[in-house]
Design a protein around this ligand. Structure first.
Ligand code: ZN
Length: 129
């Protein structure tokens, strides 16, 4: 096990938001759109047992629905038909949600990893169970 307590939460979160391993900042954290790697390819830190559960969709909904959606009401789209405006906003928010979701998951994995929160089980405990 690495000494990841020396890595600050801010550093770990920043690395995860860039898609990098929160521990070393070099290896990839995600192996597909929403699946994290089992172990970092560079430092070997284990992430496969961390469960972010519903935290990532929750944060995505908060950001898209409560932060970005109000901006849609501030933009004047009277010049375009209603059906076109609705389609444009639906596409914008779908793209925004799809962009935020994997980053939110990476963020929560980093937070769980750095704080050793209940969603984090060190490999040696998983193997004993
Ligand atoms: Zn690493």
């Amino acid at each position: 096990m690495s000494e990841h307590t020396a890595i600050t939460l801010k550093t770990a979160a920043g690395r995860a938001l860039l898609g990098r391993c929160p521990c070393c900042g070099e290896g990839k954290l995600m192996r597909s759109y929403l699946k994290q790697v089992e172990n970092c390819a560079v430092c070997g830190e284990s992430f496969g047992q961390i469960r972010a559960d519903d935290a990532a969709p929750w944060l995505t909904i908060i950001l898209v629905g409560h932060i970005f959606l109000p901006f849609a009401f501030m933009v004047n789209v009277d010049w375009m038909p209603v059906w076109a405006a609705m389609g444009m906003w639906a596409a914008c928010f779908a793209i925004l949600a799809l962009a935020i979701l994997p980053r939110a998951k990476a963020l929560f994995i980093a937070v769980l990893w750095q704080t050793r929160a209940p969603g984090y089980k060190p490999v040696e405990l998983v193997e004993r169970a």
